[in-house]
Design a protein around this ligand. Structure first.
Ligand code: ADP
Length: 592
């Protein structure tokens, strides 16, 4: 069978994505292959399809156990016999699997790199023909990468132990030249190299400024009900705060950070993967092992340390190819948090590394400030040719709407003026919000006429309005040990001339509902039932994209159902009837 037929038969897809076909051809011509493709670009198919054609077994080395299980479940779902071997298996399971491997039951074996040093495993594997060793997340072998793993250095010894040298294939989404060269050097490869574009067109990048992040998140979630999303925050404390706030609002939301017990973390992660809790708020500890395809949005509540991390974390959105949001909420305060992390990083060894980290942070901050296309900024950062207007980022799409905040500005200016321009920002915020702060009460500031006039806003919001007025040259902060807020002449003429003040604010787009939303909801229920029965996450049964297509095309028979993207033969056999049966209740089946 030709590789193109295998794509439809097993995976249910009609055409290859950029790079896939060339990479598969290269592997099938027995040449080592290094592929650099963006997250969600479809790397797995590049080694999985050849594994069906090559006559021995394919070993996939992957760093994370949780990812392995999903991959293997997914492959077995579509009829490609696969197994993973890692420390989570019992002795009995291990013996059974070794026996089956020796009897050629499997096409693909997933391994954690640590297993490569296991004598028993090496003894077993030396008895069979290994035709391909695919190295996933290959940047882990390089100290220049952002996720170096010592155990990856053992791969070369392992390759040398095999009777015949297999084809070596390496996959990563990390693009830098240094990392690429290092992978080739460390693995002693002579590869064909494929670098596909980094641009993921279905991701819309946005930067939000000048609004309380919690307020933004709440508004966003209101418009994106029932969607699955990740909210990243930079500290455990912040994760807890957002989690509590959103839970209070009635959202079904999980959390994930290093301070939770292993068991708790695992439970939250599984609930997220299984769509029991569609939302999760997490530190960057979350995600490496997450391969959930139907994540519709990734919101960063805080700045990340560099664009590599941002691109990787935000890239967990939209792996199924459907339009998804990547939103970063910028708050200047986060720059100092990141600086603190750099200064206190346990790993930094030299001045040179520190300097590089600061440089990367600066480029990350510039990403938030640029008024040009931010997609282009990312592409350029990764060494690609910039574009002028992508039409799918917050700078290119003028999403801003003007909000009249004249009254708020009048109240702030008046408060500062009436209290004699003698206080710092915190005290002004305290007065406007009606705080019961001890100093404030001692100084009788609660008797001011502007006390509590902005009490309907949070202190953080009031602070961001003041920041905006500083940025716009209405207010200034004096230098010195006790900086105070002062009015500038623009603020005085603003009051005198009864001017208006408009703030640009991000418009939250209403969720675009599927054309056939009721049907889609029912299809999701069927998927969830099957997933529970089969003990795998729902997206491994069918992706959101497949359900979307089912809900609009409403296939009436096997032929029509097989035309839907993501429906392969095995999956049709297993689940086709259940879905067709339901769809037939919407439109009566025509006589065949
Ligand atoms: P990566 O490992 O590069 O991040 P994956 O291999 O996990 O990406 O693929 C991401 C998603 O894209 C998966 O849901 C996969 O089934 C899907 N996919 C891969 N190739 C194709 C294709 N040719 N057509 C449609 N969907 C595809």
């Amino acid at each position: 069978m030709q590789y193109i037929d295998l794509l439809k038969k097993y995976f249910g897809y009609d055409s290859f994505r950029e790079g896939q076909e060339e990479i598969i051809k290269s592997i099938l011509s027995q040449v080592d292959t290094l592929a650099i493709m963006p997250t969600g670009g479809g790397k797995s198919i590049c080694y999985q399809i050849p594994s069906l054609i090559l006559d021995g077994i394919t070993i996939v080395i992957s760093p994370l156990i949780s990812l392995m299980k999903d991959q293997v479940d997914g492959l077995n779902q579509i009829g490609i016999p696969s197994i993973f071997i890692n420390s989570s298996l019992t002795r009995k399971e291990l013996e059974k699997y070794y026996h089956e491997i020796l009897n050629n039951k499997y096409k693909i074996i997933y391994l954690a790199p640590e297993r490569l040093e296991n004598v028993e495993f090496l003894e077993k594997i030396s008895q069979i023909k290994v035709s391909q060793v695919a190295i996933d997340e290959a940047h882990c072998i390089s100290q220049w990468g952002h996720d170096f793993r010592n155990s990856y250095l053992k791969i070369l010894d392992f390759l040398n132990l095999l009777q015949e040298r297999p084809i070596i294939t390496a996959f990563t989404a990390t693009a830098t030249l240094k990392v690429k060269d290092d992978i080739i050097k460390q693995l002693k490869m002579k590869p064909n190299i494929f670098i596909t574009g980094f641009d993921r067109k279905n991701l819309k990048y946005s930067i939000i400024k000048g609004i309380s992040s919690l307020e933004f998140i709440k508004n966003y979630l209101k418009e994106h009900k029932d969607e699955s999303g990740i909210i990243y925050a930079s500290t455990r404390k912040e994760v807890e705060k957002i989690h509590t706030e959103l839970e209070k609002k009635g959202y079904n939301i999980g959390k994930y950070h290093a301070g939770l017990k292993d068991r708790e973390r695992e439970q939250y992660q599984n609930d997220f993967l299984n769509d029991n809790t569609p939302l999760i708020v997490a530190t960057n500890a979350f995600g490496m092992g997450i391969d959930k395809s139907n994540v519709r949005f990734v919101i960063h509540n805080n700045l990340t340390k560099d664009l590599e991390s941002y691109y990787q974390e935000a890239g967990r959105a939209g792996r199924d190819g459907l339009n998804s949001d990547c939103i970063l909420i910028f708050n200047p305060k986060d720059i100092s948090t990141q600086r603190f992390f750099i200064e206190n990083s346990p790993f930094h060894s030299s001045e040179e590394i520190l300097r590089r980290k600061y440089e990367k942070l600066n480029l990350m901050v510039n990403y938030c400030h640029t008024s040009n296309c931010i997609r282009s900024y990312v592409l350029e950062y990764f060494g690609e040719i910039p574009i002028e207007n992508c039409n799918n980022c917050s700078n290119c799409l003028d999403q801003n709407e003007e909000i009249d905040i004249t009254i708020i500005v009048q109240k702030i200016v008046s408060c500062i003026g009436k209290t004699g321009m003698r206080y710092g920002i915190n005290m002004i915020v305290g007065i406007l919000s009606g705080s019961k702060n001890k100093n404030l009460l001692n100084w009788n500031l609660d008797r001011q006429s502007t006390y509590g006039v902005l009490s309907e806003y949070s202190q953080k919001e009031i602070r961001s309005y003041i920041d905006l007025l500083i940025g716009n040259g209405y207010l200034e902060i004096t230098n010195g040990e006790y900086p105070i807020v002062q009015l500038k002449s623009t603020a005085i003429s603003f009051i005198k001339n009864k001017e208006n003040f408009y703030m640009k604010s991000i418009k939250i787009e209403k969720k675009v509902l599927s054309e056939n939303i009721e049907v889609l909801i029912e299809l999701k229920k069927i998927r969830k039932n099957i997933a529970t029965r089969e003990k795998v996450p729902p997206f491994l049964i069918f992706s959101d994209k497949t359900l979307d297509e089912l809900s609009t095309k409403l296939p009436q028979n096997k032929i029509e159902m097989l035309e839907i993207s993501g429906v392969g033969e095995i999956k049709y056999k297993k689940y086709g009837a259940e879905f067709l049966e339901f769809i037939s209740t919407i439109i009566p089946l025509e006589e065949e």
